[in-house]
Write a protein that binds this ligand. Structure first.
Ligand code: NI
Ligand code: MN
Length: 224
């Protein structure tokens, strides 16, 4: 399985059979190394409707026929734009042909036209991958450590950019609570207001010895 970082909160996950795209902010993303036309997902997961997350989701879905998985309100808005949607809501799980998705809490704003921000736990190829979306640190993240997701999370993508989400110090606490095997920082370096350098976060995680920090530059991949 390969997780490719496309910059900001955008990731492509492939297991050889399925191709999943998360928060495809491609066009207008100053650090994204690919063009939207190069991506061919089966599904697109959208954490909320802010432009830096919904991004090119509709255009890619129209071209590829991919289904967009998102919260019920956001799904209602996107369905109006002529794409296939699969709706969920916070706390729910839904089974797809590739595996299972849990929609998790995210403490953040609402998208401009509906939809509480969320995160996802994706079960794919025997692995559990947590994409936190845009969120503050909150202590219910502890539930992902073997309570509602047993035997725990293999890889977590956590925002560290500060200003609009938790920053590096809080994200290091999140690692302590979630105890993923590996953690990939995201939502940094895209814009001047965000934290530009993930090395402080990576050092904190490394010192804690609780998880492997995996710092990806846009375009780089992590294989597990
Ligand atoms: Ni946002
Ligand atoms: Mn954002």
């Amino acid at each position: 399985m390969r997780i490719r970082y496309l910059g900001h909160a955008a990731f492509e996950i492939t297991d050889g059979r399925w191709n999943l795209l998360i928060d495809p902010f491609i066009t207008g993303n100053p650090v994204c190394p690919v063009k939207a036309e190069e991506l061919n997902p089966n599904y697109i997961l959208v954490t909320h409707l802010h432009d830096d997350h919904v991004g090119d989701a509709v255009a890619i879905a129209k071209r590829t026929g991919a289904t967009i998985i998102t919260s019920a309100d956001a799904a209602y808005t996107l369905a109006d734009q002529g794409v296939q949607v699969a709706d969920m809501a916070l706390g729910g799980k839904r089974r797809f042909d590739f595996g299972l998705v849990r929609m998790t809490l995210a403490y953040h704003g609402f998208g401009p036209t509906g939809g509480h921000a969320c995160g996802f736990v994706i079960h794919l190829g025997g692995k559990r991958i947590y994409h936190a979306g845009d969120t503050a640190l909150f202590s219910d993240m502890k539930l992902l450590n073997g309570v509602i997701e047993a035997p725990g999370i293999d890889v977590a993508m956590l925002p560290i950019g500060d200003h609009y989400t938790m920053g590096p110090e809080d994200a290091a606490v999140a690692v302590e609570w979630i105890r993923p095997r590996a953690v990939i920082p995201m939502h940094w370096g895209t814009f001047p207001v965000l934290v530009q350098d993930p090395s402080d976060f990576a050092a904190r995680v490394r010192e804690s010895r609780l998880a492997e920090p995996v710092v990806l530059r846009p375009g780089e991949s992590y294989t597990l």
